[in-house]
Design a protein around this ligand. Structure first.
Ligand code: SF4
Ligand code: SF4
Length: 404
């Protein structure tokens, strides 16, 4: 594994605000047209005193310190909408905004308590909930199918399934994990999990304020990966997928990598004959920011959903690249109280209003953050009798003929 010293030699970790303009990404920042497309597309653009366009203008003028005078950048939920719409393709979400947020933190160390606690829990317990690491694989006991755990059975395996925190600990996430296990089992996949040795991949630490926390988790997970032999990593979490794809290679990650939804979609022709139970649902699908806008997996979840007999798929007004974030990225998972005190509309509530307007009875998702966010928003808005939230894997498992 690469040492910390070696890591600092590698882009993009070497980028700081001071040397930004000496890096390829920094030179791209200088090409900003000041067109304002980033602000216009940002779901919280009105709440930010310093949205991307202003940060760049102040950087160019040598006045960037102004950006750090207040904490309004906490409204950035790392949704990639600004990056997707920027005509200069500046990596606002992946590079500029985390650098700026880090400086805001340095000057405003009093993080909102909810976020502070989540980050501390990740460091101490390896998950944001503060759950005992020993309980990480407890959900497997009720999966209804055998699930191999590498720490107790370290034989080589085809797929190392990186389950991640919300699918491991959050009760509705565990439903999703159990459904995923059943789908993989039905497909005959040779898979295993890391069990209690898995820790959070750390992506939100990177995109919020804590690159040190991210590096700690990255080093830990890389050490665990190196203990076992496997052909690919498949993860249920788009945020972990991004972390492994974009940041972990800096310390030598070169494993084949897939997210559960496109992985299963790749095996659709094998799965299709097994989807025998008819589900007469009208389904609308939430394109998650990481899986959709950031990695272009728009067709795969739709192919899986429309393969289920009886499912009718309807799109929301904002879909695919124009999808609206659930508000959970960039630390937003743990900022609802902060946003409420500021009077911001929660993005999860903005989104479920649009989902309900389609007339669908199921809101399908492929991101482990979204079940909790959207179920909560449906309850708050009194729509929980009209619509349920289901991961694509849960719908597939429901349609499998053999249930546990
Ligand atoms: S969208 Fe891109 S080019 Fe336009 S103001 Fe924002 S950063 Fe600059
Ligand atoms: S990443 Fe999303 S929330 Fe953050 S500034 Fe860009 S558009 Fe706004």
């Amino acid at each position: 594994m690469a040492t910390a010293a070696a890591r600092t030699m590698e882009p993009p970790c070497e980028i700081t605000l001071e040397n930004l303009f000496h890096t390829p990404e920094g030179r791209r920042v200088l090409t900003c047209l000041q067109c304002g497309a980033c602000v216009a597309t940002c779901p919280y653009g009105e709440q930010m005193d310093y949205p991307p366009r202003r940060i760049i203008a102040l950087l160019r003028a040598g006045l960037v310190e102004k950006v750090f005078t207040n904490d309004s950048l906490l409204a950035c939920v790392a949704c990639y909408a600004c990056k997707a719409k920027c005509p200069r393709q500046i990596d606002l979400t992946g590079v500029l905004l985390p650098l700026a947020k880090e400086q805001v933190l340095a000057r405003h160390p009093e993080l909102p308590a909810e976020l502070q606690k989540a980050l501390e829990n990740k460091l101490r317990y390896g998950n944001p909930m503060g759950e005992s690491p020993r309980k990480r694989a407890a959900w497997t006991a009720t999966a209804g199918v055998p699930i191999r755990q590498l720490p107790t059975d370290p034989r080589p395996v085809d797929v190392l399934w990186f389950v991640e925190c919300y699918c491991s600990f959050y009760p509705r996430g565990q439903d999703n994990a159990r459904a995923t296990a059943r789908v993989m089992h039905a497909l005959g996949v040779d898979f295993a999990i890391l069990g209690n040795e898995e820790k959070c991949a750390g992506e939100c630490g990177r995109l919020t304020w804590e690159p040190g926390l991210f590096d700690t988790l990255m080093d830990y997970n890389m050490t665990v990966f190196s203990k076992y032999k496997f052909n690919r990593i498949v993860t249920s979490c788009p945020h972990a997928y991004d972390a492994f794809k974009i940041r972990y290679p800096i310390v030598g990650f070169n494993y084949a990598l897939e997210h559960t939804t496109p992985y299963v979609a790749r095996h659709l022709e094998k799965l299709r004959p097994l989807l025998k139970r008819r589900l007469d649902y009208t389904v609308t699908y939430q394109d998650s920011c990481c899986l959709g806008r950031h990695n272009n997996f728009y067709d795969e979840p739709r192919a899986l959903l429309t393969a289920i007999p009886g499912v009718k798929l309807v799109d929301m007004t904002h879909n695919r690249v124009n999808s609206i974030c659930c508000g959970g990225g960039g630390g937003g998972m743990w900022l609802d109280t902060y946003y409420k005190t500021k009077g911001y509309e929660r993005l999860s509530e903005r989104r479920v209003k649009e989902a309900v307007a389609t007339g669908a009875d199921v809101l399908a998702v492929s991101c482990d953050y979204e079940i909790s966010r959207f179920e909560d928003a449906l309850k708050v808005l009194g729509h929980d009798k009209k619509m349920v939230v289901r991961d694509v894997m849960e719908l597939l498992a429901e349609s499998l003929e053999v249930q546990p």
